[in-house]
Design a protein around this ligand. Structure first.
Ligand SMILES: C[S@@+](CC[C@H](N)C(=O)[O-])C[C@H]1O[C@@H](n2cnc3c(N)ncnc32)[C@H](O)[C@@H]1O
Length: 293
């Protein structure tokens, strides 16, 4: 087949079939995203060039992306961004790719702080995001709570660099302070917040070993693996959070259904007066909501 015939249309069709054969979900969408990246355009732009033949360098770039995707690399890393709470986040291999189920934390957090603002004129919500990664939670909360002030911490300096970039991209960098910190280590003894959110690492060692290769081989281990049981980081957050919450303040922490019941145990005999599990869009036990007096 002569190379002239490799139009955008044919590249899309051939590669979608190839991806389908390799068991990749949504093959057509994935191919469109990769080809749009190689052609420095968007999906609409592809259709404007439907019957054109991409240049040799464009086809070489596309082939490289297809090779990496077929080897399991997530397309969010290949195209360099991912949508979360209707906002476009830059991502790279230093940060976890934001997941749709994590949007539950944003929904709950926004609802809680808007209700508090209604009771209290001039209220400036203070929010702490532990393990901010790409900045998904802090940036989405800041965008939806224009008066809020936030602190976002992460143990990973490269992750914080990406979070800052996303805060700038969404014009909220002036309201989010980023700190490199092992959980609460860089949070002052007297610092208190109305809301603490966290999507911490919550995968046990055995779950980690059994993870899909596209996750285990590409996403940061430190973002996923908590320890032998999966509950280690959750336990530390539950122990230290009360000292950093305002009266009536809330903790929203993401968990997996596997550790939901074990995680609730940490709230027994704690200063939290109320705690319960919230399901995500898929109906899975995903978030613990806890409130102090
Ligand atoms: C599951 S990811 C969540 C990222 C982001 N918040 C999100 O929801 O997409 C967990 C994050 O916690 C960070 N992390 C892991 N251990 C930590 C620790 N001891 N202290 C602070 N951050 C930690 C990781 O670097 C990672 O960015």
């Amino acid at each position: 087949m002569s190379t002239e015939l490799w139009t955008t249309r044919r590249l899309l069709e051939w590669t979608a079939d190839y991806f389908k054969g390799r068991g990749i979900e949504n093959p057509r969408l994935e191919v469109e995203l990769l080809l749009a990246t190689a052609l420095h355009t968007n999906r609409v732009g592809l259709y404007l060039r439907y019957d054109e033949v991409p240049t040799d360098p464009e086809r070489t770039a596309f082939r490289e992306l297809v090779k990496r995707r077929a080897a399991g690399e997530p397309s969010a890393y290949l195209i360099g961004h991912k949508d979360f709470y209707s906002l476009d986040f830059d991502v790279n291999a230093d940060v976890l790719i934001p997941r749709p189920e994590t949007e539950t934390l944003v929904l709950e957090g926004v609802e809680f702080l808007r209700a508090r603002a209604k009771e209290n004129a001039g209220f400036v919500p203070r929010v702490l995001d532990i393990g901010t990664g790409s900045g998904a939670l802090a940036v989405a909360l800041a965008r939806n709570l224009p008066a809020a002030r936030l602190v976002a911490v992460d143990i990973s300096a490269p992750a914080l660099a990406m979070a800052k970039k996303n805060a700038e991209k969404h014009s909220v960098a002036d309201r989010i302070e980023f700190r490199e910190s092992d959980l609460f280590a860089a949070v002052g003894a007297g610092e208190r917040f109305d809301l603490i959110v966290s999507n911490p690492p919550y995968v046990s060692q055995s779950e980690y070993d059994a993870l899909d290769r596209s996750v285990r081989d590409f996403e940061p281990r430190i973002a996923l693996l908590s320890g032998e049981k999966g509950t280690e980081i959750v336990a530390r957050i539950v122990a230290d959070a009360p000292a950093h919450l305002e009266p009536g303040g809330r903790l929203l922490i993401e968990i997996s259904p596997m550790i939901a019941e074990a995680s609730l145990e940490f709230f027994q005999d704690s200063p939290f007066i109320q705690f319960n599990i919230i399901n995500d869009y898929a109906g899975l036990k995903r978030v613990i909501l806890a409130e102090i007096e």
